[in-house]
Ligand binder design. Structure first.
Ligand SMILES: CC(C)(COP(=O)(O)OP(=O)(O)OC[C@H]1O[C@@H](n2cnc3c(N)ncnc32)[C@H](O)[C@@H]1OP(=O)(O)O)[C@@H](O)C(=O)NCCC(=O)NCCS
Length: 273
């Protein structure tokens, strides 16, 4: 694994693999802006081989593995000799329709990964409307730069870092600057956040979290309603949620979200407990 220093290294490597690929397979759908941010923060490394490009993104105390391969067989052959799979904590995500993922699942299990978690995508159309609600008195604000560490703590304590792709500090800073981080505070204490990304007519909830001692007091409700009402022009609302997180799934359903068939298998290597 060697550091990646330019965005073009990433896109050139993907193009090279794709151009000679009989059965291209990948779990990497890079967005230039995000790749640049990973490079700027020294988070991205690569292992560029004949017929396979592997990328590793540092996240807290582990790595996310992304692959682009000329075929599943090429990937299987190359993974055997990747030393870091045996020495570093590593997670790999496989996204798609369940049926389409079975071959890659088997192959990655042979490379030493095991099923760790499963996320499902949920989608909502604006026609869903909102269920009637009693009014709450919490005030929704945009999070401020000084809230960054409290947001890190809230997300780290509410989610599983291996399964939920938690944001780095620089992503939180960018979200605050871009007014994509709604918050509710009780005095000086950060009680709840909703982090979203809106591009064109699609808006994605990245994280919705209420600190444990403030749950079931309609803070989550106030944030969600504030978010949905502020996005009147959006035609498609989406999010990813751990499929077994019944509390969240039921609440998303309450606001009109439903599973759309896309799943994300999160696999972890042996070094992750
Ligand atoms: C998910 C979470 C943010 C919700 O916050 P909360 O404080 O527990 O939720 P609230 O009490 O504000 O309730 C939210 C809404 O769900 C409704 N609700 C409550 N229990 C429900 C249930 N069992 N089924 C369906 N809807 C329910 C509430 O009535 C409210 O709707 P309203 O706007 O019509 O009043 C919070 O539980 C949390 O932080 N969980 C851990 C992190 C997480 O899993 N986040 C989601 C994945 S990204």
């Amino acid at each position: 694994m060697a550091p990646i220093n330019t965005v073009s290294q990433v896109f050139d490597a993907i193009r090279a693999v794709k151009s000679a690929a009989p059965a291209f397979c990948t779990n990497f759908f890079p967005i230039e802006r995000k790749v640049q941010a990973w490079i700027d923060h020294g988070e991205l490394a690569g292992d560029l081989r004949d017929g396979t490009a592997l990328f590793f993104r540092k996240d807290r105390d582990f790595w996310h593995l992304y692959f682009c391969a000329a075929s599943p067989g090429t990937l299987e052959r190359e993974l055997i000799s990747v030393k870091s799979l045996k020495t570093e904590r590593m997670v790999v995500d496989l996204v798609g329709n369940e049926a389409a993922l079975s071959e890659l699942l088997v192959l990655l299990k042979q490379a030493g990964f095991r099923r760790y978690s499963q996320l499902q995508r949920m989608a909502r159309s604006p026609e869903s409307g909102l269920p009637p609600a009693s009014t709450g008195d919490a005030v929704v604000t945009n999070a401020e730069p000084a809230d960054r560490e409290a947001i890190v703590d809230l997300l780290d304590s509410s989610f599983d870092r291996y399964a939920d792709q938690l944001p780095a500090r620089h992503e939180i800073e960018a979200a605050i600057a871009g007014r994509q981080m709604l918050a509710i505070k009780c005095g000086e204490v950060l009680a709840a956040v909703l982090f979203f990304e809106t591009q064109g007519l699609t808006s994605t909830i990245r994280y919705w979290a209420v600190a444990e001692s403030f749950r079931s007091r309609r803070f989550g409700a106030t944030l969600m309603r504030g978010y949905l009402q502020a996005h009147a022009a959006v035609r498609r609302f989406i999010l990813w949620v751990v499929a077994t997180n019944e509390n969240a799934v039921q609440k998303y359903q309450h606001y009109g979200y439903a599973p759309d068939g896309l799943v994300d298998h999160v696999l972890a290597n042996q070094l992750i407990p």
